[in-house]
Design a protein around this ligand. Structure first.
Ligand SMILES: [Fe+2]
Length: 269
């Protein structure tokens, strides 16, 4: 196994060093699966190629909160709180945002394939230049005055959601030298209770940065990684208006979508 640099500030590591670490962990994982048959369905919270995960991942067992107590104080969201136009990220300002207009649609299902209705779905993303509207995102790519990059929707009777937005671009981050994240859209789901909030990321098919990205690769199982990648669906495209992607989210069971744990979440990336 390649020697791992565990200094979380080691932004000087090269992509080649990161690749070697990712490759060694992936090979070890595949050997383990061959021997034990046990597949990992979720991300590793402490994943050395993803430098800051080492400090942010929990070192002690999680504290169990009383969900009923939390529900007394937590906000609740319902259909009355979300306007139907909030799912169109291209109409929030005075003009059209720059970029490829896309519709992302899909269904939210439980482990038995039943639709999750009336679910609050929130998204946030970078713009077509890979820039977030966020004070910590200062890399030299342009902001778009017509694009904020946040939206939300409530799922319909069949668990369906749909967002109209702009295809985000990859963007650099400080994990290592010349580190770039594959293009992605962040998703947050609120269940029926505040304590059920789940956060994950959707990726676009065929992104050449997949193999290089320690966040995507922190899910060691290829099948679990694949579940985070949308499929291009031309039936979702709109004539002279948008291309289309389909992405279903499964909340539980062996085909469940991978979610970031609250402890390891870093909404900057
Ligand atoms: Fe991001």
């Amino acid at each position: 196994m390649a020697e791992q640099n565990t200094n979380p500030d080691a932004a000087s590591a090269s992509q080649e060093e990161i690749n070697a670490e990712i490759s060694a962990i992936g090979s070890a994982y595949r050997r383990d699966v061959e021997q034990t048959g046990e597949e990992e369905a979720s991300a590793r919270l402490s994943y050395p190629p993803y430098r800051s995960s080492l400090l942010r991942s929990p070192t002690k067992s999680l504290h169990h909160a009383d969900p009923e107590e939390i529900e007394l104080h937590s906000p609740a969201f319902g259909e009355r709180d979300v306007h139907i136009l909030e799912s169109d990220l291209t109409i929030q300002h005075g003009g059209e945002p720059i970029g490829e207009r896309i519709v992302v649609t899909g269904r939210i299902l439980d482990g038995d394939g039943r639709p999750i209705r009336h679910q609050l779905v929130e998204v946030w993303q970078a713009n077509a230049a890979g820039r977030y509207v966020h004070k910590r995102d200062q890399h030299p790519a342009p902001l778009d005055p017509n694009f904020t990059g946040v939206g939300r929707a409530i799922t319909g009777p069949n668990g369906e959601y749909s967002f109209t937005t702009i295809k985000p671009a990859p963007y650099p981050w400080k994990n290592h030298y010349n580190a770039w994240r594959p293009a992605h859209i962040h998703f947050s789901l609120f269940g029926t209770d505040f304590t059920q909030r789940l956060i994950t990321q959707m990726y676009f098919p065929g992104d050449p940065l997949f193999d290089l990205d320690p966040i995507y690769q922190s899910i060691t199982d290829q099948k679990a990684r694949d579940r985070l990648v949308a499929t291009y669906d031309h039936s979702v495209a709109g004539h002279e208006w948008n291309t289309g992607y389909r992405w279903d989210i499964v909340l539980s069971g062996s085909n469940r979508t991978w979610f970031e744990s609250d402890a390891a979440r870093d909404e900057e990336h």
